[in-house]
Ligand binder design. Structure first.
Ligand code: ADP
Ligand code: MG
Length: 650
């Protein structure tokens, strides 16, 4: 006699139920040959399902030996067991166990995905199987849209997908009305006639009468084993037509399938996915916007600073800003400016002198700062013109009566926008000045009081207003070749030598720039750290919800394992789901940050958010990484699930 397809000897299965143990199976020995149709009958709780799960390699016996086609099952590892389930067995359950979010045809295709069959041949085979079972028209329906009998046909098609040499049906008609039950049994009969070995569990004697062999179980023991239609067992019948499974199971196509499954799972639980993403969305949004706000405000402060001059040292008369006598100190002179201009580190020198006076145009009068400056002042302080021009060296040496006005002065003196101030003559005291340029709005931060600012050559201030050679300050632009600190020290030495004492103070814009840069950097870093913490909290949220989702989806995981998914397939599926959730959350977070920037731009003038591509790329990488890191624990839990427990809905 040839080797039996299935051979059990001395099989027992002991469950631990609290402190006691339950022997669901005891010393079961039986052989089943290829082509048989076996009915297993017995009362409820007699151990039928336990036996089926052991036969289908979903469960392992406590003792005894189980051989499939001569191979000892207890020596196989998880991957080999999955392969056995995938390639040799087809399960049909009482409760169908179809995945509700997949269409009928997608349910049928599932075992072939794990077998690595290509998409097109998979689809063709699933269509053919559904067609054969009279379900062609219902292929795209969801299980919820099908009757019990129809769902059971879908589950039969799924069992047949990978060939199913052995069909294991655990009470396949238990949930069906008599007619659909009859149909299902007729199908099983037909499959047996085609060469499939069919093992069917039932407690219905009518169902059992169709089988060629009936095995009766009571209290975990085989109590009867008889052939009802002697000789009709199609022993030696040709093995069931096997679906040729491609074993070029490439990683790319596997990842592709996993991605697809993850998207389906996400889409069918939109609310849950959205809530899972929320933490990541908020985290990424805050990281990206905080960095952008930091950079934006830094940029705007630095551009304000650049009006104080770039690479400039400004020497003021007096000991400091707070020196009340600064106006009375007359130690800084045009002579100093000329001497400084000859120093090697000075690229340009601009004397400045300021006084406050009333300015008049027509009937309009206003108080204004009259700034006497050199020709290089405008370039050094990065002023920009709305119209007209700045005055030049020639104007300075001619002591010309040209004036450049700021936008506040323009609004105050020339309120009519259609009238160009250029060429107009305004009066400061009784000195007439001709307007030659108008500064752009916001191009001066030196008049926070809203005071009008006029700029005329410092030579003109001295001859026409103050009559003295003393200056308020001297602005020295340092040659690029000299380090600022060195230039500052040299300038200080030079002036102390000239004046005999330190009756001045030096204002180094570079120091301020550095201070601001490092302060805003620290602030950004601080807030970014807080944002990163929120991202980690978001990741923990993802882990939490994924853990809940795994326990919600045990039956799905059980079904996938029953049709032959490896532990790794399950692990990969859940990891990819977590990564996709986080990636999509990250992208939404970036979108939210950009939107926030737009809203910010409408309400907050002066500071715009600056998004660096690097921070966006980092955000995307970071969110996917969070998905993988925080998704790992739930995914591993899912892959470690016991398929039997999962299927019984434990
Ligand atoms: P049947 O399918 O014939 O109704 P089962 O095989 O499901 O019976 O169960 C056989 C016996 O094993 C029953 O007494 C049942 O209570 C027990 N049993 C089944 N599964 C478990 C389990 N996971 N833990 C403990 N006892 C179990
Ligand atoms: Mg049962």
């Amino acid at each position: 006699m040839n080797t039996p397809l299935i051979s059990l000897s001395g099989i027992s299965r002991i469950y631990a139920a609290g402190d006691e143990t339950v022997a669901a199976l005891q010393a079961v020995s039986l052989d089943i040959h290829a082509g048989e149709m076996v009915a297993i009958i017995g009362t409820s709780g007699s151990g039928k399902s336990t036996l089926m799960n052991i036969l289908g390699c979903l469960d392992k016996p406590s003792t005894g030996s189980y051989r499939v086609a001569g191979r000892e099952v207890s020596s196989l590892d998880g991957g080999e067991l999955a392969e056995l389930r995938r390639e040799h067995f087809g399960f049909i359950f009482q409760r169908y166990h179809l995945l509700p979010e997949l269409s009928a045809i997608a349910n049928v295709e599932m075992p072939a995905i794990y077998a690595g069959m290509s998409k097109s041949s998979r689809r063709a085979r699933a269509e053919a199987l559904l067609g054969r079972l009279g379900m062609r028209e219902r292929a795209s329906h969801r299980p919820g849209q099908l009757s019990g009998g129809q769902q059971q046909r879908v589950s039969i098609a799924r069992a047949l997908m990978n060939g199913a040499e052995v069909i294991l049906a655990d009470e396949p008609t238990g949930a069906l009305d008599t007619r659909s039950g009859e149909d299902v049994l007729a199908i099983l009969d037909e499959l047996n006639a085609d060469g499939h070995t069919v093992i069917i569990v039932t407690h219905d004697a009518g169902v059992a009468s169709r089988a060629s062999r009936v095995i009766e179980i009571a209290d975990g023991r085989v109590v009867a084993d008889r052939s009802t239609r002697a000789g009709s067992a199609r022993t030696g019948a040709s093995a069931a037509p096997k679906a040729r499974t491609q074993h070029g199971y490439s990683l790319i196509s596997a990842a592709n399938e996993a991605l697809h499954m993850a998207l389906v799972a996400m889409w069918s639980h939109k609310m849950r996915s959205a809530l899972t993403m929320l933490g990541i969305i908020i985290g990424i949004m805050s990281v990206v916007s905080v960095v952008a706000i930091g950079r934006g405000s830094q940029q705007s402060i630095l551009s304000d600073i650049s009006q104080l001059g770039t690479n400039t040292l400004e020497v003021f008369a007096g000991h400091g800003f707070g020196d009340v006598n600064a106006d009375a100190i007359t130690t800084l002179t045009v002579g100093d400016a000329e001497a400084l201009a000859r120093q090697p580190y000075a690229a340009a020198v601009t004397p400045t002198d300021t006084l406050q006076q009333t300015v008049r145009y027509g009937a309009t009068e206003s108080s204004a700062f009259i700034n006497g400056v050199g020709a290089s002042y405008f370039a050094a302080t990065a002023r920009q013109l709305e119209e007209g021009r700045f005055f030049d060296r020639d104007s300075v040496s001619r002591r010309s009566q040209d004036v450049v006005i700021d936008s506040i002065a323009r609004e105050a003196l020339f309120p009519d926008r259609r009238e160009s101030p250029l060429g107009k003559v305004i009066f400061v005291g009784d000195v007439p000045l001709r307007v030659i340029g108008v500064l752009k709005k916001g191009s001066s931060i030196m008049a926070p009081s809203g005071m009008l600012e006029l700029y005329i050559p410092f030579t003109s201030v001295q001859t026409r207003f103050t009559g003295s050679q003393s200056l308020r300050s001297i602005m020295v632009q340092v040659d690029d070749a000299y380090p600022m600190a060195e230039a500052e020290a040299a300038l200080k030495r030079f002036l102390i030598q000239r004046h005999g004492s330190e009756d001045f103070n030096i204002f180094n814009t570079d120091d301020i720039r550095q201070a601001i840069t490092s302060t805003t950097n620290i602030m950004t870093l601080l807030v970014a750290v807080i944002a990163v913490i929120s991202l980690v909290v978001g990741g923990i949220g993802v882990m939490n919800i994924m853990l809940v989702s795994v326990s919600e989806r045990v039956s799905e995981i059980g079904v996938r394992m029953a049709v032959g998914a490896r532990n790794n397939d399950i692990l990969r599926q859940f990891l990819i789901e977590a990564a996709i959730v986080c990636l999509v959350g990250g992208l939404l977070g970036i979108g939210g940050a950009l939107l926030l920037g737009l809203i910010f731009g409408v309400f907050v003038q002066g500071v715009s958010l600056i998004y660096s591509p690097a921070s966006i790329v980092a955000a995307i990488a970071c969110s996917s990484l969070i998905g993988i890191v925080f998704g790992f624990l739930p995914a591993r839990n899912a892959s470690k699930l016991d398929p039997v427990a999962a299927l019984s809905g434990a």
